[in-house]
Design a protein around this ligand. Structure first.
Ligand code: PDD
Length: 294
């Protein structure tokens, strides 16, 4: 039996992905002139939706676009999209993208008027991937070759994907990025270290994406009674850490057990990771069993 064609959302319509088409003049295609979000849905319930929409709106504002949909419109659109998936109650990630749409001609300068292109699709979150990650991942450090506006969730990800590929070429899952001797974030994740039972993560700045998972990890760790500190992490402090974690919506909390081919501490996911990761799983369970999005 063949798989049903996935249904996606494009500019107001729910349509099979094979019928979803955009213009070759779309500024997203020509200039990467657009922004995106990735929002997990557990048992069909959207995870931290209002925080994701808030970040989307701040990315849009940074690139001089206005929100094409209100928070309520996003909520009903994304819930309708989830309901149209083959297994709406499974764990999925919702990808959404907003670009500045198509002009008659390719022109670098922003058009005075535009019709945004609004797209969303669902992809399964595979639990076996998360189980493999929980055993620990390998990472390398690389110089951050990206631009200076990393707080915008821009679809221009060439820097990120080339960095990720350099890690993959060395059988590593992630690249931890360095700027002027300080570790900022991963190529697609935020960075935490543990030192002397304290949890440390770089403060929000233009050099990293303000991760939704990052904020939740800080919230949960604080509730667990762990001291959390937002401060710069030097390259040396990264190598001296007791634990290193990388966080993202789709990969959750990844314990790094090998960094630049050296084991981190004893080469096992650490104690604080176990504690916060358990709290994270409980948070997901509560969401699955709740009536509302969280
Ligand atoms: N990326 N930093 C970067 C550069 C990222 O690309 C991501 C996530 C994060 C973590 O953000 P959050 O916790 O909100 O997912 C940090 C997504 C998952 C992606 O591009 O697929």
């Amino acid at each position: 039996m063949s798989m049903p064609t996935p249904i996606v959302f494009l500019n107001g319509d729910f349509t099979p992905i094979t019928d979803a088409k955009i213009s070759v003049l779309d500024r997203g295609f020509l200039f990467a002139d657009g922004v995106y979000e990735v929002i997990p849905a557990y048992a069909g319930k959207l995870f931290r939706l209002s925080q994701h929409i808030e970040r989307l709106n701040s990315s849009l504002n940074a690139i001089r676009m206005s929100p094409p949909l209100s928070a309520q419109q996003w909520e009903s659109t994304l819930n309708k999209l989830i309901q149209q998936q083959p297994d709406p109650a499974s764990d999925q990630s919702v990808y959404l993208q907003v670009t500045r749409g198509a002009n008659e001609q390719r022109d670098h300068q922003l058009p005075e008027q535009y019709q945004a292109t609004v797209f969303a699709m669902c992809q399964p979150i595979a639990s076996h991937n998360l189980n493999a990650i929980a055993l620990g991942i390998k990472a390398i450090t690389l110089d951050d070759i990206r631009w200076d506006w990393c707080h915008i969730k821009s679809v221009a990800l060439l820097g990120n994907i080339l960095l990720k590929q350099q890690a993959a070429d060395q059988q590593c899952t992630e690249a931890i990025l360095l700027r002027d001797g300080y570790a900022t974030e991963g190529s697609a994740s935020n960075l935490f270290i543990v030192k002397n039972k304290q949890l440390i993560t770089p403060p929000k700045s233009h050099y990293l994406l303000p991760g939704i998972t990052r904020d939740l990890v800080l919230e949960l760790a604080t509730k667990e009674g762990i001291t959390c500190i937002e401060r710069e992490i030097s390259e040396q402090q990264l190598f001296d850490a007791d634990e290193v974690w990388l966080t993202s919506s789709t990969k959750e909390i990844m314990p790094v057990i090998e960094l630049n081919r050296q084991v981190v501490a004893d080469g096992q996911p650490g104690q604080l990771w176990q504690q916060v990761s358990t709290a994270y799983s409980q948070f997901k369970t509560q969401l699955r069993e709740s009536d509302n999005d969280q």
